[in-house]
Ligand binder design. Structure first.
Ligand SMILES: *Cc1c(COP(=O)(O)O)cnc(C)c1O
Length: 242
């Protein structure tokens, strides 16, 4: 096949993938007695070229994208059709990158320390700006991952709520890879409980509305356990080639 027809094929696959994912989300939601309209689909665009991201935005109704790395987001951004599209950072953010990315995004889902929240507050004060965030939980206590431990989340919420320019909107997590579906469910269920508990406390400057759980391999389970934001990369765009 020529380059052009390969691209056409890939675009066709992207639109079919997105349709199927919406169907699966609806099915999982209905089974859990939830409304499918509660659940938002994010297209995770790391390593994906702007051509295909724009196709998903222009033709498949994608209006939320997630990028892991600031550098990659900033370099692709001039080529993206971002009118009416929200952009979230979903990867570990270094303090020295906050300044350059703050005005390019709508949310940082991967706030994984008090230190980074403090830096976001500092930059926001400087620029007379504010930022919505999620707290990332390292639910499996994995050494290789950043994020708050389960036991730390409540105190972290109280501390970060004091930063007047930083607004906690919910929780995010990437559970360990589990073969065992029951174990995976239990991780999601624990996070859901924490989300509901913190929400019910009605803490000033915390508005728990977003539970960002579920990726290509586990989004149906995540939806059945209460997720309202699923982050899908390879399931939409195909396997990543680094
Ligand atoms: C890459 C990534 C995703 C998407 O992963 P897929 O398995 O490709 O759907 C979701 N969330 C985070 C934090 C990621 O880094």
């Amino acid at each position: 096949m020529t380059g052009k027809s390969l691209n056409d094929k890939r675009c066709y696959d992207i639109s079919e993938n997105i349709k199927r994912i919406h169907e699966n989300i609806s099915e999982a939601a209905i089974k859990a007695l939830r409304s499918p309209s509660e659940i938002k689909l994010m297209a995770v665009t790391k390593t994906v070229e702007p051509l295909f991201i724009n196709y998903a935005i222009d033709n498949c109704g994608i209006d939320l994208i997630g990028e892991n790395r600031v550098q990659e987001l900033l370099s692709k951004e001039p080529d993206l059709h971002l009118q009416g599209v929200d952009t979230h950072i979903i990867g570990h953010l270094q303090t020295n990158k906050v300044k350059s990315v703050l005005h390019e995004i709508n949310m940082i889902e991967s706030v994984d320390s008090i230190h980074i929240a403090e830096e976001i507050q500092r930059q926001c004060v400087k620029d007379d700006y504010s930022m919505d965030i999620l707290l990332e939980i390292n639910i499996g206590c994995e050494e290789a991952k950043t994020g708050f431990l389960y036991e730390e989340v409540h105190d972290a919420c109280l501390q970060i709520a004091e930063f007047d320019r930083v607004h906690i909107k919910g929780l995010m997590s990437v559970p360990p890879i589990c073969e065992d579906e029951k174990k995976l469910r239990a991780y999601f269920a624990r996070i859901y409980k924490l989300y509901i508990d913190i929400r019910s406390e009605k803490i000033d400057n915390i508005d728990m509305g977003i539970l960002s759980l579920g990726m290509t391999g586990d989004y149906k389970t995540a939806v059945s356990e209460g997720s309202n934001l699923v982050r899908i990369g390879s399931g939409i765009f195909g396997a990543r080639t680094y």
